[in-house]
Design a protein around this ligand. Structure first.
Ligand SMILES: *Cc1c(COP(=O)(O)O)cnc(C)c1O
Length: 367
């Protein structure tokens, strides 16, 4: 059957009546890719699989939440949506607003946004408001402005966002025949870890703290994973026990000091028996490279945080041998090529346009 997006696919498990028309770009249904080289190198006898959310229509998992939030906004008659964003939410809001024929207003920080993401907001015709502040300032301003203007907030404080995002957990259970033993995620605003936990719990017939009422909780999984949330060391409020005033990290998608889903994320950690930890920028970038070079999967820096933390916890034994581990790769590496190019064009060989020179370049590099 033709796949028409996650609202239609999982409607019975979402708060949408049959007559509500989905605003969709056929998001979701992303591949769960088993790593073949990295686990071997790490001496790990279990399985590591990556849920590659970078293959969503706008290149990040934000499309899952956005199809649900915009579907509901249009259903309620909204003519405009608004969000604060480190980049990917604005890209998704812009695309889904274009699809729905409504206006998207996006507040982005000045600087520290990957160029590809800014280009996406522009090309889809969003009104881009660049503020002299960071994501947390943008989030505060969006909440204030939405009180006085007729715009629907589509940040993850909008409960429909988490509803859409929880479907990734359903897809993983369907692919594996069960939930994994560990689920590893990058944590920024903490909506996604909350949404996955909601999805996993609902798949066992239980309601999570972030759930809404009025849809099916029929069980189709017997087990629950431990949820491991990894933050960038310079933007790690879950490790510091509270708000971080000036978050800094190369992983701009998780450069957030005041997570909006604070309580839900703590509930996910505690209820699942999981944990939070942090990774340095250098570790994050090294893992991004490792994944690209060893497995052929290019995710953005923030996304690599999940695998970065998982590999460290495999090494320490915190993640036990033989386990099945799923890491969410939240966004596509193509959004931020600068980060790779800045590190130097390793493998670039410049030679004369002559057969001998090209042969020499090849022979010297054969392995
Ligand atoms: C939004 C985003 C995150 C963080 O997700 P939260 O739900 O805010 O924790 C991580 N990686 C990428 C690529 C993102 O776009």
């Amino acid at each position: 059957m033709h796949y028409t997006g996650l609202v239609n696919r999982y409607r019975s498990r979402l708060p949408f009546a049959p007559e509500v028309r989905a605003v969709t770009l056929n998001e979701g249904n992303t591949p769960l890719i088993e790593l073949v080289n990295i686990p071997k190198r790490a001496g790990f006898e279990g399985r590591i699989l990556v849920k590659f959310e970078g293959l969503n229509p706008t290149g990040s998992f934000k499309d899952r939440g956005m199809t649900a939030a915009v579907t509901q906004a249009v259903h309620e008659g909204s003519k405009a949506i608004i969000c604060a964003s480190t980049g990917n939410t604005s890209a998704a809001a812009a695309a889904y607003a274009a699809r729905a024929g409504i206006t998207a207003f996006v507040l982005i920080p000045d600087g520290k946004i990957a160029l590809g993401k800014l280009a996406q907001a522009v090309v889809h015709g969003a009104v881009v408001v660049q503020i002299q502040g960071n994501f947390d300032d943008g989030m505060r301003l969006v909440k204030e402005v939405a009180q006085t203007t007729p715009v629907a907030i589509v940040n993850s404080i909008n409960p429909y966002r988490l509803q859409g995002q929880k479907t990734a957990a359903f897809e993983i259970i369907e692919a594996l025949g069960r939930a994994p033993d560990y689920h590893c995620l990058p944590v920024g605003n903490a909506g996604n870890i909350s949404a996955y936990w909601m999805g996993y719990k609902e798949a066992t017939g239980q309601r999570a703290t972030a759930s809404m009422g009025g849809y099916s909780l029929e069980a189709f999984s017997n087990n629950l994973p431990k949820m491991a949330g990894y933050q960038a060391a310079g933007a790690a409020p879950f490790l510091r026990g509270g708000r971080v005033a000036n978050p800094e990290t190369v992983a701009t998608a998780i450069r957030i000091g005041d997570p909006q889903s604070w309580d839900h994320a703590w509930a996910a950690q505690k209820e699942s028996g999981g944990w939070f930890d942090e990774c340095t920028d250098a570790e994050i970038l090294a893992t991004q490279r490792l994944l690209a070079e060893q497995e052929g999967v290019w995710c953005e820096p923030a996304s690599a945080t999940s695998l970065c933390g998982a590999l460290r916890d495999i090494k320490s034994g915190k993640i036990v041998q033989g386990a099945t581990v799923v890491c969410t790769l939240t966004g596509n590496g193509l959004k931020d090529p600068d980060i790779v190019i800045q590190a130097g064009l390793k493998g670039l060989v410049q030679v004369a346009a002559e057969r001998g020179a090209v042969e020499q370049a090849i022979v010297s590099q054969l392995r």
